[in-house]
Design a protein around this ligand. Structure first.
Ligand SMILES: Cc1cc2nc3c(=O)[nH]c(=O)nc-3n(C[C@H](O)[C@H](O)[C@H](O)COP(=O)(O)OP(=O)(O)OC[C@H]3O[C@@H](n4cnc5c(N)ncnc54)[C@H](O)[C@@H]3O)c2cc1C
Length: 402
């Protein structure tokens, strides 16, 4: 039976993550929002500390740890690395989601490696900071349209193409690049490859200037005759038309709940700050009264708290299912859709409730409203999550419902 109370064994991790958010992220949050593209050097010490904390621990603090263990059907409930990671991400994103995204070693590529790498690949690439490069100028939501190619030459694959919007693409040590082995074979031919950032065939073209998460670098690359060893291919090298996109998409079932967790952290930050600012104006929620019988600002805050709670519970469920090896594509998309949209609506709602203080750079509310939007875009937009949910509920294939 699922029980969504915070497991007691994870309390120390959550407390530590919250302290990091409060003591390390918050004090430098505005500084790196304003100094876009400047490397937050304060995070190096922190990353070393977290590596130390994770060594030998069953539940790590970051995205690098999410992995599904093979489990028997009669196994008891497990609160593993997915739930632990989601809970710690919620806390860290409460501090600053841009800084969280640029934490050394915690890239989405790390989740991909942790999810599907073989033991040998984990030995070679585990523990190193990995970004994730799926998006191309002509392939965003429709990742099956990827044009980057990978051709086999002896003991190597040779990658050619263009990748844009790669989070941590400049700073990471590795980039997990999606490419097709054979464009005529559709989704089944798309595989992911681990590329060393120092590979001379991978050329950094530019860094983007952005609306939010400005502490996080976002890179565009050109891949020209980029040679990688054959064992840099993640998962099965065969083109299994029956499996289709399954192998590559498996990563999303682990990473979407984590992006939802980021959204929940930012939402909580905005709500906490709004409670504080409204209290200064003598506005408090009365939980004994119906929303209609109290101050309009308090009633709006109640509405937003309900959205937050729904998003949080959906996210913990999706992460818990991943830990317990249950298929969770539907739940991962539900969590991402609800958390992403709530984050955008609640942060903007908080800006509105707090008026000119909410809009000014004096507080962080306006920044969180800007940071929120990306959480409803990357790892699949709001519309794409709804499409996935509809397909699953109606039993339609991607060809039947586009
Ligand atoms: C700051 C930032 C960081 C990013 N980081 C990464 C990263 O690390 N790695 C990576 O690979 N990518 C990354 N991305 C890319 C991101 O995942 C894509 O932007 C996203 O998938 C959407 O693709 P697109 O921008 O090409 O939009 P499009 O796919 O062109 O979509 C445009 C609009 O149309 C809607 N739409 C598209 N298809 C449908 C449909 N069938 N039905 C209904 N609506 C539809 C979309 O929801 C969207 O609103 C990042 C993007 C940003 C902005």
């Amino acid at each position: 039976m699922i029980n969504l109370e915070t497991p007691r064994k994870l309390t120390p991790l959550i407390t530590q993550a919250h302290q990091v958010a409060q003591e390390v992220f918050r004090p430098i949050s505005r500084k790196y929002d304003l100094a876009e593209h400047t490397y937050p050097k304060e995070l190096d010490v922190l990353a070393a500390l977290i590596d130390g904390m994770n060594e030998g621990a069953e539940n790590g603090a970051g995205a690098a740890g999410v992995r599904r263990e093979a489990r028997k059907a009669d196994d008891t409930n497990r609160n593993g690395s997915n739930l632990a990671t989601a809970l710690s991400i919620i806390e860290m994103a409460w501090g600053d989601v841009g800084l969280l995204l640029t934490m050394p070693g915690q890239g989405l590529g790390n989740s991909a490696i942790a999810s599907v790498a073989s033991a040998e690949q984990l030995a070679t690439y585990g523990g190193r900071w990995a970004a994730m490069a799926i998006t191309e100028p002509e392939a965003g939501s429709d990742s099956a349209a990827i044009r980057t190619t990978a051709r086999r030459e002896g003991d190597e694959y040779v990658l050619d193409g263009e990748k844009i919007y790669v989070t941590s693409g400049e700073r990471a040590e590795l980039v997990v690049v999606w490419a097709t082995l054979d464009p005529s074979k559709g989704r089944a031919a798309i595989k992911s490859f681990i590329v060393e950032r120092s590979n001379p065939g991978m050329k950094l073209e530019r860094l983007e200037h952005k609306l939010g998460i400005r502490a996080s670098d976002t890179a565009a690359f050109r891949l020209e005759e980029c040679r990688v060893p054959a064992d840099a291919l993640l998962g099965n090298p065969e083109i299994d038309v029956k499996q289709g996109f399954g192998g590559a998409m498996q990563t999303f079932d682990n990473t979407r709940p984590l992006v939802a967790a980021m959204a929940i952290g930012v939402t909580r930050a905005a709500l906490d700050e709004t409670h504080r600012l409204l209290a200064e104006a003598d506005v408090f929620i009365d939980y004994e009264l119906s929303p209609l019988s109290q101050n309009a600002a308090a009633a709006r805050l109640l509405e937003m708290e309900a959205d937050y709670e729904a998003a949080r519970l959906l996210t913990l469920r999706a992460a818990w299912m991943a830990d317990n090896n249950r298929p969770n594509s539907l739940e991962a998309s539900m969590a991402k859709a609800k958390a992403g949209r709530s984050c955008v609506e609640v942060t903007l709602g908080c800006v509105a409730l707090c008026g000119s203080i909410g809009y000014s750079e004096h507080e962080l509310l306006e920044k969180w409203a800007r940071d929120a939007k990306i959480l409803d875009i990357f790892e699949g937009t709001q519309q794409i999550q709804l499409l996935i949910i509809a397909r699953q509920l109606l039993g339609k294939s991607s060809a039947e419902l586009k």
